[in-house]
Design a protein around this ligand. Structure first.
Ligand SMILES: Nc1ncnc2c1ncn2[C@@H]1O[C@H](COP(=O)(O)OP(=O)(O)OP(=O)(O)O)[C@@H](O)[C@H]1O
Ligand SMILES: [Mg+2]
Length: 292
C-alpha cells in the first residue's frame, strides 16, 4: 500500500475545480482518488481518479461489479488506506487516519468479538474511545439495542445469534458512536433474501428516524435503488466513475414498479453495456435530495 504523503495531496488540490458558489459544503468530499495496492515491483490499481460528494443526510451508494474498488474506497474514507493520488475531506479536513467520526459495518458475521456479550460489544468503542464512562456506555448500548430490537439479547454472546441479529448488533454498535458518516460494506450480502429485505426495511426506518449520513457499498442494483438516494456507478476494474444517479424516489414498496424496473435496466446498461468513451463524470445537474 502506498504511504501517505500529505505534500502529494496538497499538490493535487490545485487540479480540483473550485466549488460552484451557492452550494452547501459537502460533508464528505472524495476528490480524484486513485487507490493502488502492491509494492515497487507489482502494483494493482483499484480505483482511478474517483470523485464524489456526500452531503449530510445522504444515503449514498457505491455500486459496481466485483473488483471495481468499492471496498477499497470505503476503507480509504474510513482512513484505513491512503490514496496514491487525490484526497478525501470530511467536514473540510483531510482524512489521514481512522476516527470515531467514521464507523464501518462489514459484511462478515464475525465482526463482533465472541468473548464479549452483545451489550459489551456495543459498549466497547464508546469506552475505548474515551467518549463515555462504562456506566454511560452501558446505558447507551441498551438504548441502541432497543432501536434494533435486540434489548432482550443484551447479555447473549454473538455465537448464539443468527446472522441477521449479528448484523443488527453491528449496526447498533456503529450508530451508538453517532458517527458523522456510517460506512456499510455489503452489510446484508451474506443474509438470506427474506432477512436481507427485512434488514433493508429496518435500515430505512432507522434512517427515517435519525437521518444519519450513510455511505453504502453494494453490487446489487436493486439494493442500491432501495437503500440509496444517490448512486455512484463504477466501471469494472479499475473503478472509474461511470455516472451518478438520483434514486430518492424508490423504496421497498416501489421495488416492483415499472419505473423501478426501468431505472434498474438503465443502471445495468450503464454498468455493463455502455462503452468506456460514453461514460465518465457525474452529471452536475443532478440535484441533491438528502431529505427525500
Ligand atoms: N489488500 C489488498 N492487496 C492487494 N490488492 C488488493 C487489496 N485489496 C483490494 N485489492 C485489489 O483491488 C481491487 C479492488 O478490490 P475491492 O475489494 O475494493 O473490490 P470490490 O469492488 O469491493 O469487490 P467485491 O464486490 O468483490 O467486494 C481488486 O483487484 C483487488 O484484488
Ligand atoms: Mg468489496
Amino acid at each position: 500500500m502506498h504511504a501517505r504523503n500529505p505534500q502529494a495531496t496538497q499538490t493535487l488540490k490545485m487540479v480540483v475545480p473550485p466549488r460552484q458558489s451557492g452550494l452547501p459544503q459537502p460533508l464528505l468530499e472524495v476528490r480524484n482518488v486513485s487507490l493502488d495496492f502492491g509494492d515497487a515491483t507489482r502494483s494493482v490499481r483499484a480505483t482511478h481518479q474517483v470523485s464524489f460528494d456526500v452531503h449530510r443526510g445522504d444515503r449514498f451508494v457505491l455500486l459496481g461489479p466485483s473488483g471495481c474498488g468499492k471496498s477499497s474506497l470505503l476503507k480509504a474514507v474510513a482512513g484505513f488506506i491512503a490514496p496514491s493520488e487525490g484526497e478525501i475531506l470530511l467536514g473540510g479536513a483531510p482524512v489521514t487516519q481512522p476516527g470515531p467520526d467514521r464507523v464501518v459495518v462489514f459484511q462478515e458475521f464475525d465482526q463482533l468479538p465472541p468473548w464479549k456479550t452483545v451489550r459489551q460489544n456495543v459498549m466497547f468503542p464508546l469506552v475505548a474511545s474515551g467518549r463515555l464512562s462504562r456506566r454511560e456506555a452501558g446505558e447507551r448500548a441498551l438504548h441502541w439495542l432497543e432501536k434494533v430490537g435486540l434489548a432482550r439479547f443484551a447479555d447473549a454472546y454473538p455465537h448464539t445469534l443468527s446472522g441477521g441479529m449479528k448484523q443488527r448488533v453491528a449496526i447498533a454498535r456503529a450508530l451508538a458512536m453517532q458517527p458523522e458518516v456510517l460506512l456499510m460494506d455489503e452489510p446484508f450480502a451474506a443474509l438470506d433474501a427474506l432477512t436481507r429485505r427485512r434488514m433493508q426495511e429496518e435500515l430505512q426506518a432507522l434512517w427515517e428516524e435519525l437521518r444519519f449520513t450513510l455511505l453504502f457499498v453494494t453490487h446489487s442494483i436493486e439494493e442500491a435503488l432501495v437503500v440509496g438516494n444517490r448512486i455512484l456507478l463504477l466501471s469494472p476494474h479499475p473503478g472509474r466513475v461511470r455516472a451518478e444517479i438520483n434514486s430518492h424516489q424508490f423504496d421497498l414498496r416501489s421495488a416492483g414498479s415499472a419505473e423501478f424496473q426501468r431505472s434498474a435496466q438503465r443502471i445495468h446498461h450503464l454498468l455493463f453495456e455502455s462503452q468506456p468513451d460514453e461514460t465518465p463524470r457525474p452529471e452536475p445537474a443532478l440535484q441533491r435530495s438528502a431529505a427525500s
